[in-house]
Design a protein around this ligand. Structure first.
Ligand code: ADP
Ligand code: MG
Length: 994
């Protein structure tokens, strides 16, 4: 493979592990920079993928690239996100376990793009059928929808994810993507009502206003002008050149119907988006007493079909329960604005959750089969990245806490557990120091003492709690913590950089100063009770669903936002810990979103906090592969004569003997207490390759041994029989003795006699040692008789001697295949049988069950799935009317002879046949790709039944077949050293015969 790399691919080093100066941060940075400037954005550290955002489209994500990376070992091709996706997939398939791909990096580093590339790769590389394509489309199109509703332009990224997303892609045991499930985490709802300078609201608002059809806008009461809506203009950048809201609208509009939203759902959804925009424009005026009132607000009529009176009351009053009475207390103007915004946020947030649920419904249960329990998943985690703005609030606190948790998980699964394993196994190991961010996680989440607990306490306690009392509480309780500082606690120098209402955390990824204003409010996320009641009166079905009357009322406080978030992260960690991890670490090359610009300081900082150097050191000093001795020995013992077939000693001794035989060098491996550790992947690949070669050789050897053993056994049995006959002859009386002697004299060789009898008894069986001589005798005797009884003229067609059964069909077979198919000569000595499946078992049961006319012929076949080419054992049954493909007693496919277009076979020595069927009915399945050990026999029978010799075509090279109407597949045939059947990279089924 090395040879196939182009000069460009060789720039820098593809795997940091191979870097000589691997402890030097500068050398690492140089390597990244060198590659980045050649548009080589991917580099490995072992199996971890480092990705640098190119900020420009690269021509490396084509279908051709995907094909190249399918089924290829990690280190054989230049690093690519497809290689990681493909390896995760193949490991899942071979080990039948669950995996996840953790994509991390700060905001704008390329996480969301990476997750989309992975999804697109699976969409193309996985087997497809009509149903599976449907799942694939939904999986793919859920992305633009969720991005429209959950992403927004921030200062860091024009398409920043403002929610966390974990998506499970479910695969069946054949590798088909059969469904998915999405978990969403904490949407940044505050953006609905407020955006910082240079930022926007969620994309969907702008898309609707810019792209919505005239009729739709009229129906929603909207104007085509974002500037008209207060909720859209606070960041002062409603229009951005990098975002095309109009065309994005079209994509989203289409995607909504693919993910199974009904037209009325879609109408309701847009009704909600429009209502939120109208809501933002509602103005309150103060009455004489200073209370809020609504004056002739045009917007009211567009609000979710809620009666005007109810809405007015709900937006300007709060319901208070006093003893048994309900009293309405009027809002001040400020208070009314606050309540309006709270309602807008709640509406949007709940609608977003409804949408995620809808998508999940559409991704679930698409393929209901009895094997549904046999699913494995690959999880994709694309969550908001670490964020530092000039002013950071509650949202950044949650986002950065989330990133701390993911970093902790990464440390746990790589640096920590890996080093602990070496220690446990007694492997000599120089510990690699690394920064453990547990100290920061504890600072945030520890029970009773952590920031989250303190914040909740302030939110829930009676009395006048404010953001400032929360700050004081933190100063009081965690004031001495090395990762926490406030204006009051700071030294002179630091104090200058902090305002009075700020607190600063030293995160693993850097310092972040949070402004405490709004923390309590946002954490409480209070929605007045009558706000909810008002919503219940809406005519909009989604709103009704989102504000159910069964919702517990405000007497019981719901969990605070940060506690809900913390719990959901605990849940996420549990989900991830049960799976095998793969990592993509995304790096942002510059803050200006510029292509070709590599900011050394910025990248160095990320390399540092992402722990790449530590990871590299552990990888470099560590081992790529480890397995329990028992498992390793069991797999590779055929590679050494001393361990094959059985090793008597302990597994560890066996492995030692085996690797000595294989010539492993002492620095390539280490023997632990229970496992062998192999340093480089190449050592393992070489061992595995040797095993694959050996497996085939072994199979031949075992076959030969078995045949020898069987022949020897037969000979011994025959010798016993002769002894027995002689002994019997010795005991016989005169008459009997005469008969015996006659018998024995007629057949000079007793072994021949016994073979002849056996041959007669097995005359209907396929050619074997038991009947070969007998069949030769039959053929010979027929031809001798024929020679003596030839008709006088060629016109006397009826006077030809009837040939024995083994010769009748042979003529037909010869006409079909002689001189056309390479293995035809070998078939000649193989007499045909009536059927190949015991009549008393399957076919009988089957004929009975399906009341089908008498079976004429049946034969076991291997059927190759049209998609994915998975082999499956089936029976092929011919009746007078139709051919059936049967599994046990279940008909999988019926092909009436009238719809049989033809049969293709290759000219080589394989035994594949492709039945072409008329496929214009979409319910009809496609053509059948089969492998049959009795190919000549089966096809001869078929041609006799359908009475069409010319329906069988012997072709060269490649056979095209219909997967289903309109979709074609190919089977390619070639000769080789070894017979093999596999799915080639071009998606064809490759059949190699000797
Ligand atoms: P994150 O999710 O980490 O915040 P995104 O994945 O949204 O970041 O990437 C931000 C922007 O960077 C994208 O909108 C895109 O323009 C660009 N980008 C990221 N990865 C790639 C890539 N592999 N190829 C081209 N552009 C990319
Ligand atoms: Mg993102």
């Amino acid at each position: 493979m090395e040879a196939s790399l182009t000069a460009r691919d060789r720039v820098g080093i593809q795997d940091f592990v191979l870097l000589d100066t691997y402890t030097s941060e500068t050398a690492c940075l140089d390597n990244l920079r060198k590659r980045f400037h050649e548009n080589l954005i991917y580099t490995y550290i072992g199996t971890l993928l480092v990705s640098v955002n190119p900020y420009k489209e690269l021509d490396i994500y084509s279908k051709k690239q995907m094909d190249t990376y399918m089924g290829v070992n990690f280190f054989e091709l230049p690093p690519h996100i497809y290689a990681l996706a493909d390896n995760a997939f193949r490991t899942m398939m071979s080990e039948f376990n669950n995996h996840f791909i953790l994509i991390s990096g700060e905001s704008g580093a390329g996480k969301t793009e990476a997750s989309k590339k992975i999804l697109q790769f699976y969409a193309v590389s996985c087997p497809s059928t009509k149903v599976l394509n449907n799942v694939r489309d939904r999986l793919l199109l859920s992305n633009p929808v969720l991005e429209a509703f959950g992403n927004a332009k921030t200062l860091k990224n024009d398409n920043s994810s403002r929610f966390g997303k974990y998506m499970d892609i479910q695969f069946d045991h054949q590798g088909g993507a059969v469904g998915g499930h999405i978990l969403s985490y904490l949407l940044e709802k505050s953006r609905v009502v407020h955006q910082n300078h240079g930022e926007r609201n969620f994309h969907i608002f702008y898309q609707l206003v810019e792209g919505g059809e005239e009729d739709l806008l009229r129906w929603l009461g909207l104007e085509r002008n974002c500037k008209h809506y207060r909720y859209l203009v606070q960041g002062n950048c409603a229009k951005v050149s990098s975002i095309n809201d109009k065309s994005d609208w079209k994509t989203v509009r289409k995607a909504l119907s693919v993910i199974d939203l009904s037209e009325s759902d879609i109408e309701n959804l847009f009704g909600i988006i429009a209502s939120v925009l109208h809501m933002g424009n509602i103005k309150f005026e103060a009455d004489a007493r200073g209370y809020a009132m609504l004056n002739n607000n045009q917007e009211m009529q567009w609000l979710l079909g809620i009666p005007n009176q109810v809405l007015q009351q709900g937006l300007t009053h709060r319901k208070i329960e006093a003893k048994s009475e309900e009293v309405f207390s009027p809002f001040s103007v400020d208070h009314a604005v606050y309540a309006r915004d709270a309602l807008a946020k709640a509406i949007y947030g709940r609608t977003f959750s409804w949408l995620v649920n809808k998508i999940n419904e559409s991704l679930a249960n698409m393929v209901s089969n009895k094997d549904s329990s046999r699913k494995t998943v690959i999880g994709l985690l694309d969550i908001y990245g670490f964020e530092v703005f000039s002013v950071n609030s509650f949202e950044q606190f949650c986002i950065n806490y989330c990133n701390e948790k993911l970093q902790q998980l990464f440390i746990e699964l790589t640096l920590k557990s890996e080093q602990e394993e070496y220690e446990m196994e007694g492997i000599e190991w120089e510990p690699v120091p690394y920064f453990n961010n547990k100290i920061i996680c504890d600072l945030v989440e520890e029970k009773f003492r952590g920031i989250i607990s303190l914040l909740d306490e302030e939110c829930l306690r009676p009395g006048e709690a404010t953001d400032l009392t929360f700050l004081e509480k933190m100063e009081d309780k965690i004031g001495g913590h090395p990762h926490f500082v406030t204006h009051k606690l700071a030294d002179q120098k630091t104090r200058k950089t902090l305002k009075r209402g700020d607190f600063r955390l030293l995160h693993y990824a850097g310092e972040v100063t949070y402004c405490v204003v709004g923390f309590l409010d946002k954490n409480n996320d209070l929605l007045y009770r009558n706000g909810k009641e008002v919503m219940r009166q809406s005519k909009n079905a989604i709103i009704k669903h989102c504000f159910p009357s069964t919702e517990p009322d405000s007497k019981r406080r719901p969990e605070t936002v940060v506690t809900q978030f913390k719990n959901s992260l605990v849940g996420l960690t549990e989900i991830l810990m049960m799976k095998e991890p793969w990592y993509v670490r995304c790096i942002k090359p510059n803050e200006a979103k510029q292509p070709g610009h590599f900011d050394d300081v910025l990248v160095r900082h990320q390399v540092k906090y992402l722990g790449l150097m530590e990871h590299l050191r552990v990888r470099r000093a560590g081992f790529a592969y480890r397995r329990k001795y028992e498992v390793f020995l069991q797999r590779y013992k055929p590679l050494c004569p001393d361990t094959w077939p059985n090793w008597k000693g302990t597994a560890a001794e066996g492995v030692r003997c085996l690797i000595k035989h294989l010539g492993y060098k002492s620095d390539e491996y280490k023997m632990g207490r229970t496992k062998i550790f192999i340093r480089h992947p190449r050592t393992l690949f070489a061992t595995e390759d040797a095993f694959q070669v050996c497996k085939h050789k072994l199979a031949t050897r075992i076959q030969a041994k078995y045949k020898g053993y069987k022949v020897k056994g037969d000979y011994l049995k025959q010798r016993e029989a002769v002894k027995w006959l002689l002994m019997l002859a010795g005991r016989c009386n005169g008459c009997e003795r005469a008969i015996w002697e006659l018998l024995l004299s007629e057949v000079t060789d007793l072994l021949i006699c016994s073979r002849f009898i056996k041959g007669f008894m097995n005359r209907h069986q396929p050619a074997c040692t038991d009947n070969s001589e007998y069949l030769a005798f039959v053929r010979h005797s027929y031809l001798t008789r024929l020679k003596e009884n030839l008709p006088k003229t060629i016109l006397e067609k009826d006077s030809w001697l009837t040939p024995p059964p083994i010769l009748q069909e042979v003529t037909q077979t010869s006409a079909l295949f002689k001189g056309k198919k390479e293995n035809y000569p070998f078939s000649v000595c193989r007499p045909f049988a009536d059927t190949r499946i015991c009549k008393t078992t399957v076919p009988l049961k089957w004929t009975y069950m399906h009341k089908i006319d008498k079976t004429t012929y049946s034969v076991p076949v291997v059927k190759y799935d049209r998609n994915g080419f998975r082999p499956r054992l089936r029976q092929l049954i011919f009746t007078q009317e139709a051919a059936y493909l049967v599994e046990e007693a279940k008909i999988k496919q019926r092909i009436d002879y009238s719809s049989l277009k033809g049969v293709s076979v290759s000219n080589l020595s394989d035994n594949f046949l492709i039945l072409h069927v008329t496929c214009d009915d979409s319910k009809q399945k496609g053509d059948l790709v089969l492998q049959c050990d009795f190919l000549f026999e089966a096809l001869t029978k078929l041609s006799v039944i359908v009475n069409k010799q010319n329906c069988i075509h012997v072709v060269q090279g490649s056979v095209r077949f219909d997967i289903q109407p309109g979709r074609e597949g190919f089977v390619d045939f070639k000769s080789g050293q070894e017979s093999m059947v596999y799915r080639a990279k071009n998606g064809h089924l490759m059949v190699v015969s000797l």
